[in-house]
Design a protein around this ligand. Sequence first.
Ligand code: MTE
Length: 334
Amino acid sequence: MLIKTRKASDIPSSEITPESVYLNRRHFMAALAGGAVASGMSGNALALVGNPAAEDAGRPKWWRNAVEQRVDGMPNAKDSLTPYSDATRYNNFYEFGTGKTDPSEYAGKFKTDPWQVTIDGEVGKPGTFTLEDILKPHPLEERIYRFRCVEAWSMVVPWVGFSLADLIKRFEPTSKAKYVAFETLYDPEQMPGQSSRFSGIKWPYVEGLRLDEAMNPLTMMVVGLYGRTLPNQNGAPLRLMVPWKYGFKSIKSIVKITLTEKQPPTTWNLLAPGEYGFYSNVNPLVDHPRWSQSRERRLPNSLFDPNWHDTQMFNGYEEEVASLYKGMDLKKFY
Ligand code: MTE
């Protein structure tokens, strides 16, 4: 992005640690193989690094129960999982700082309960709701998605959530609704990055999708990962996940969802329109003006083992989403 951040290859090997208490054995074994072998750490050492159980324990019971009762969703990426510690310590969340470890270091005390979400604009049933009311009608699914950042690093994460389409339908979009706009909480007292001029971002962070993109079954509202409630640094309590788009579209800590007739403004497009488009579909054929998008460094990685992967069209979700862009010039609508 615009701001200089640590490169993926800067991650010390001590951070290459799997989620050692992850309950699903299939996922745990895969993460263990990826992380423990790469770092050469023993099982006991791994258990000491990070304590997701403690992080999770402070969440409201209804939230923890909902995540616990998740079922397997589709489609599940076959790639091996990124270790939990990478997914939760190598983050972009500029409200808490511009460094990759700032969010995990500074978001610990961020208050996610109580939490309210307003749904308004071109809907028949607008209103402001508690997170519990938002989640209640939606059984949660675990979906393993590839996640590709515009900075050319990537992860494979088991997200827990539900299709945004099901949420939107509940609020009855009008015939004028063509786009969906999202907004992150604005609270500079809790989010120190919002009072810093360094990033150049006009807060709050905003994002948007075309309505048909939002209604695609892959587009997900996320409240958990690796079988646990969503950590603050990953966008608790509620974030978006659009697996065929660059990561910055997947806005965190959402407080407002507005259906609109016109295309809404989006944070990175406002900041650098020539570099970050509204669509931002993962596309190995359209480079960022300052770097290639043909390959990505999959986490975990290191200076000696950058773990390069070829980037796939629509991040590998071409079958599910290519029809949304039929006839569009994807170089022009980047
Ligand atoms: N949402 C908000 N509110 N603020 C941010 O800075 N960063 C985006 C996206 N959502 C961001 C955000 C970017 S650039 C990326 S790559 C992903 O969150 C990172 O998600 P992760 O930290 O869970 O990997």
